[in-house]
Design a protein around this ligand. Structure first.
Ligand SMILES: [Zn+2]
Ligand SMILES: [Zn+2]
Length: 165
């Protein structure tokens, strides 16, 4: 399955249904209002009567799907998905959605030993205790492969020749 299909799959069904209903409803309403203006003024030109509802439909449809994506994606990344979904809905101009994409946690990794999905904030598999990240042999905390010394306890990491002053 492609990455795009994978991402579509995590959007909750409720969000997909809501997207169809709200977008179609708004498009129909705008279509009616632009054909029969409530103040009995001249109806807007035909091009506008077609384009406005289409535009409203597209914007709402994508917007609601993005909110659904934030919900499903934050859940699979072990983040506070209720809070992020509410931020995506209530912060105007899609700023909540943009913030989410900037601040989201990394994807969980699969434990090489038992296959459990391990959240990115963890160093060891909660199911079998296998280390899923390189760790410091001295203090056991996660370290970066580029480090020469552990940032937590200061010991020299194996694979690196101690630097002479
Ligand atoms: Zn495991
Ligand atoms: Zn250490």
């Amino acid at each position: 399955m492609s990455k795009f299909q994978d991402n579509i799959r995590i959007i909750p069904r409720a969000a997909k249904v809501t997207a169809w209903i709200v977008s179609l409803g708004c498009a129909i309403l705008i279509g009616i209002l632009s054909t029969f203006p409530p103040d009995h003024s001249q109806p807007i030109p035909m091009v506008g009567r077609i384009l406005l509802p289409l535009l409203a439909f597209a914007v709402l449809f994508i917007y609601i799907h993005l909110i659904g994506y934030v919900n499903g994606d934050s859940k699979r990344r072990g983040m506070r998905h209720v809070m992020w979904t509410l931020l995506a809905i209530f912060i105007p101009d899609a700023i909540g959605i943009i913030l989410y994409f900037i601040l989201r946690d990394a994807m969980p990794v699969t434990c090489p030993s038992c296959g459990t999905s391990v959240l990115s904030k963890f160093t060891f598999c909660p199911n079998c205790g296998t280390s899923v990240k390189p760790t410091c042999p001295h203090c056991g905390k996660a370290v970066d492969l580029a480090w020469t010394h552990c940032a937590h306890c200061g010991s020299t990491l194996p694979g690196h020749i101690p630097r002479t002053a």
